[in-house]
Design a protein around this ligand. Sequence first.
Ligand SMILES: Cc1cc2nc3c(=O)[nH]c(=O)nc-3n(C[C@H](O)[C@H](O)[C@H](O)COP(=O)(O)OP(=O)(O)OC[C@H]3O[C@@H](n4cnc5c(N)ncnc54)[C@H](O)[C@@H]3O)c2cc1C
Length: 392
Amino acid sequence: MVDFSLTETERDIRDWVRTFVQRELVPLEQEVLRRERNHERGLTREELKDLRQKARDAGFWGVQTPEEYGGMNLSAVLTALIEIELGRTFVPFSFGGYADNILYHANEDQKQRYLVPTIEGDRKSCFAITEPGAGSDAKNLRTTARKEGSEWVIDGEKTFITGGIDADFTMVFAVTDKEKGADGGVTCFLADRDAGWRSEPIEIMGEWDRQPASLVFDGVRVPEENVLGEVGGGFKLAMQWIGRGRYLLPARALGGCERMMEMSMDYARNRQTFGAPIADRQAIQWMIADSAVEIEALRWLVLQAAWQADQGADSRHAQSIAKLYGGTRANEIVDRMLQIHGGMGYTRELPIERWYRDIRLLRIFEGTDEIQRRTIARNLLKGHASVSGVLG
Ligand SMILES: Cc1cc2nc3c(=O)[nH]c(=O)nc-3n(C[C@H](O)[C@H](O)[C@H](O)COP(=O)(O)OP(=O)(O)OC[C@H]3O[C@@H](n4cnc5c(N)ncnc54)[C@H](O)[C@@H]3O)c2cc1C
């Protein structure tokens, strides 16, 4: 039986987040826009901390974090539903109690030094694989680590590392065996900022509270106990990090699209030209209709990918489809919504141009559109996936 309804628990949790967004985040929107226009952070660290604490006091903390670490350990479907709700505002917020999935590969000692303080919000991590010469072609890493006594010495440069300015440690990927390369010759290291890596901010198009940076490793020494997982097992970890929930990126964009549609329909009903509301014009109605169809399709692609992940199935194909469709459609939708608002859409008084800049990133990071297409086509051509989808 195919059942598209939510369980009572799913509905309750979704509604709780919806109310939280409406009560706590939406009222901050004008101030966030004002600050960002002045090149300040949308939310101060204190404000973010307070908001997270407020949610925690209500029992909402660690959405996908295992219960043994105090988290809620919610399903992928619920996490997607939460992400859609959070996407309905551009206020840069996420719930606390989160740590990168690969940190769970840490040994007991590393867990106490890295995993637990990250979950608690006392430490900040960043994930560093991309290099100037290795983006889509991630296997082409040039950063090296060589063993000297009981230490590893890391040399190289990483780029576009989200949160690289703020992070006090990084999970950095380096070649430890040139012969093997990505097939068993890449290792992940936990490198504290104190170890001596430097970060340089990168100015980007979107508004981001976790500004990306380039990281420079110039003979940075880390003790051998800071290898995360196995020596040579780094590339697998990197792929696991990237695959941790690709459906969550289009989920957030979907929430933004829903909100912009509501704003645009309101605007279209009220904006008069040539003696009638623009909502009466077929040109505007078609933009609304096409966007509604795409929003609906995206919702089910996202939830279906999440559902597959919950079933323990290999959901990578479904996730690539959701990310590709989300990236291309959300960009088309935000463009239409900006168009419906005319000149106002292009101003910084409204958040649409902000969404326009933010959503553009979805087509680039964590696998570009072209790389998703490559993956999808390969899966089909090699028979790893069926055009009939999950139903076979
Ligand atoms: C804001 C931001 C945050 C990021 N955060 C992180 C982070 O936290 N950690 C991290 O490690 N990385 C991060 N990245 C890096 C991101 O994952 C890469 O930018 C992305 O994978 C693309 O790599 P690239 O920029 O080198 O582009 P390239 O790989 O050089 O690609 C350039 C163009 O060529 C296309 N292309 C490449 N190969 C093929 C092919 N085989 N067939 C067809 N077309 C192809 C691409 O799709 C793209 O259009 C971030 C990037 C941005 C912009």
